[in-house]
Design a protein around this ligand. Structure first.
Ligand code: KET
Length: 453
């Protein structure tokens, strides 16, 4: 339908519509296209009828990102956002890593850089370097060309592309996710066309891993089922299997032909070492079997808003990997055509340069260390206040989050009375805390627990 152009060469009916529109818009600030949309709206609405969307109910805010929305609306000067897993400095400010600034400067200075579309699979050098980062520089799977890696829109996009690929081409359509897990997992995989089931993971009574339950549930899963594994720093519990337990999980999964799909959103944030945090994935790759890995650079390079990540599929042969890649392109092309160039270029500059890479590992370690120090400070602050209960899980849990055990009523009390924002499951982002804000948080937890909220 013609909408905005009414030139002298228009047909008589176009001219009549043009005149009508000029009449309608005279004296109003409404853009002409807005007016047009009501003139040409579907017959069920009519110009005077209600909106065709009138039946929509207000959707709830996202359980994690909605916390930031509520936080932004709070005018209190003492408010504290411990909802989303995003790193903050001791001053409570978002951090752009120094190596990222340097890489961006390099990119700007390079006048030969262009803004053409990337290929469907993204920046090829970024893909190669990402596979090396997660699987290890000496990985036989990479050497044998058995890995296909595509750049995706951060961790979420990588999971979604992987999920849609599996729904289309893998014989089993059920994916098992941990109970509990990151709230977006079930939504991503359901919309990708998989059927989502859970396996036991966390034991609230010990605030640790329910290893027996995990083995039983995976042991009872139909052969071939897909299993989503958090590579490290499990979200939201902060509880990871030990290396010995990973080995048992690997043996069980391989013996039943279960397909591992790793979500690696926190490489480097658990131990402070990129290699140590990738170990569980490398154990699965070392046995020669197949698996999928979704990588995110949101947290470990602080590239949250750049939306840069990668999906790797480790196959049995180079031939299969090539065909897998050809099918991944068919998933990606109608979804977003090709990924963005800037974030992947930053990552590629840092990963290819030994000095920048080393500098990155230091900055990453500093972030991980600050989080560990926040754990100690919060634990000590609660001890000093004599807050009832065992709070040792604060220092035992790993990664960005503490799964406090606070219930939704206690969380809402802390938000209302202390302006502390966190997800209703009692998860707090330790990365959002600083030495200055620890006492305030400890006061609020103490009050929530002792007032029997
Ligand atoms: N996996 C996990 C386990 C995860 O916690 C996140 C983000 C992602 C993937 C996706 O991150 P991306 O930015 O797409 O690379 N988690 C934090 C942010 C969010 O919810 O979007 C969070 O849990 O706070």
């Amino acid at each position: 339908m013609k909408t905005t152009e009414f030139s002298s060469s228009s047909s008589p009916s176009d001219r009549r519509i043009g005149a009508l529109l000029r009449h309608l818009t005279a004296g109003t600030d409404f853009p002409i296209t807005d007016r047009l949309s009501s003139v040409f709206a579907s017959p069920t609405s009519g110009v005077t009828g209600g909106s065709v969307f009138a039946h929509l109910v207000q959707a709830p805010e996202d359980p994690i990102l909605g916390v930031t929305v509520a936080y932004n609306k709070d005018p209190s000067p003492i408010k504290l956002n411990l909802g989303v897993g995003a790193y903050r400095t001791e001053e409570g400010k978002p951090l752009v890593l120094n190596v990222v600034r340097k890489a961006e400067q390099q990119l700007i200075n390079d006048r030969s850089r262009i803004k053409e579309y990337l290929p469907i699979v993204g920046l090829v050098e970024f893909n190669k370097l990402s596979a090396k980062l997660i699987l290890g520089a000496d990985s036989p799977a990479i050497r044998e060309n058995r890995v296909t890696t595509v750049e995706c829109l951060s961790g979420t996009g990588s999971l979604r592309v992987g999920g849609e690929f599996l729904a289309k081409h893998y014989h089993q359509k059920t994916i098992y996710i941990t109970q509990p897990t990151w709230g977006n997992h079930p939504k991503i995989f359901t919309l990708a066309g998989l059927s989502v089931k859970t396996y036991r993971y966390y034991d609230p009574s010990t605030r640790g891993l329910n290893f027996q339950g995990l083995l039983e549930d995976l042991g009872a899963a139909p052969p071939g089922s897909i299993v989503l594994l958090h590579a490290c720093a499990h979200n939201p519990t902060g509880v990871d299997p030990t290396i010995q337990q990973w080995e048992q999980i690997r043996q069980l999964m391989r013996s039943k032909g279960l397909m591992p799909f790793f979500d690696s959103a926190y490489q480097g944030f658990a131990s402070g070492s990129l290699d140590t945090d990738a170990k569980p994935i490398r154990m699965f790759v070392a046995d020669g079997g197949e698996c999928l890995v979704a990588q995110s650079y949101a947290k470990n390079m602080g590239l949250y808003g750049e939306r840069v990540g990668a999906l790797s599929i480790v196959c049995k042969s180079a031939d299969v990997a090539g065909r897998v890649e050809s099918q991944l392109k068919l998933v990606i092309r109608p979804m977003y055509s090709s990924p963005p160039i800037h974030g992947a270029s930053i990552v590629a500059v840092i990963l290819r340069d030994r000095n920048l890479f080393n500098e990155w590992t230091l900055e990453l370690k500093a972030m991980a260390d600050r989080i560990i120090s926040m754990r100690k400070q919060l634990f000590e602050a609660l001890r000093a206040r004599g807050t009832p209960g065992d709070w040792s899980h604060i220092i035992k849990q790993i990664g960005m989050f503490t799964f406090t055990g606070l219930n939704p009523a206690q969380v809402s009390f802390m938000t209302k009375e202390y302006h502390i924002y966190m997800t209703s499951d009692g998860r707090i982002s330790m990365a959002g805390l600083s030495s200055k804000t620890v006492p305030h948080l400890a006061d609020s937890i103490h009050a929530a627990v002792t007032k029997n909220v």
